[in-house]
Design a protein around this ligand. Structure first.
Ligand code: IPE
Ligand code: IPE
Ligand code: MG
Length: 248
């Protein structure tokens, strides 16, 4: 009898009573998904938006407290204008549909990032989405839009400098909490688990401050192909890790 039995199925069992409190996802791989199918990149973004809806609803269903997704980075403006326009168009469509289904889905939504370069119409839709859903219980979904970790920290530092100048305080009294409380994520616990699909092994400027002790999970699956089962697989892997936070 072999001591170890090889099974074709890895163990994806998850303890639903001990879920990570906050899961964050870098929704990457839309373009490659489309290319593989001979479709324009935009088709990948449309498929990715559907995956997001499915995963967000599922997170609420299983009882996650927070889901944060990277939708558009401060660097993504470098892309061809047509692609940026298409992404913004899809965002508008997504928000309009979400507002329509809001009373049914009851997912609380927030936005991380500087929304000022968005069109007034899109900005208003983001605000409305946030406003309507602000009292919903259960999972809070944070959408990172024109978000960059460095930009977020820079803004926090500017805020501290301005306040300190006014108040004439000693710079030596600045604490980590002074930074944390000025981030877009103020009040939201740090992500326990950060998932990056699409095979890239980098953070691409996502939640730089908040990820100090996050567990990372990388998979080759492209975002539009990401499923509830993939999420469960990631949570299962997370639950087997030993988090020490610098201790023993
Ligand atoms: C992620 O997918 C979506 C955004 C960055 C807006 P990509 O568009 O980066 O897809 P790939 O990485 O090119 O496949
Ligand atoms: C990160 O993906 C940003 C989002 C998923 C929104 P990118 O595709 O922009 O990252 P890089 O360029 O591969 O690092
Ligand atoms: Mg990409």
């Amino acid at each position: 009898m072999p001591i170890f039995q090889k099974t074709s199925q890895p163990d994806h069992s998850v303890d639903f009573a001990n879920l990570p409190r906050h899961v964050a996802i870098i929704m990457d791989g839309n373009g490659r998904w489309a290319k593989k199918r001979g479709l324009p990149r935009t088709a990948g973004h449309a498929a990715g938006a559907e995956t997001f809806r499915t995963i967000a609803t599922y997170c609420k269903e299983i009882g996650l407290d927070y889901l944060t997704v990277y939708a558009f980075s401060t660097e993504n403006w470098k892309r061809p204008q047509d692609e940026v326009n298409a992404i913004m168009g899809l965002l508008k469509k997504y928000l309009l549909e979400s507002i329509e289904k809001m009373e049914r889905d009851r997912v609380k939504m927030a936005f991380f990032g500087d929304l000022s370069p968005l069109t007034p119409e899109l900005r208003a839709l983001c605000q409305r989405t946030q406003e309507i859903s602000k009292n919903y219980e259960g999972c809070q979904v944070n959408i990172c839009l024109n978000y960059g970790g460095r930009d977020e920290i820079t803004r926090a530092v500017r805020g501290i400098a301005a306040d300190w100048l006014k108040e004439g305080r000693d710079p030596a009294s600045i604490t980590e909490q002074d930074i944390t409380s000025r981030l877009f994520s103020a009040g939201v616990p740090d992500p326990d688990l950060i998932i990056r699909p699409s095979g890239e092994i980098r953070t691409s400027n996502f939640l730089l401050w908040q990820s100090a002790y996050s567990e990372y999970y990388f998979t080759d699956v492209l975002w539009p192909d990401f499923t509830k089962e993939e999420l469960i697989k990631a949570i299962g892997a997370f639950q087997k890790r030993s988090r020490r936070f610098g201790g023993v």
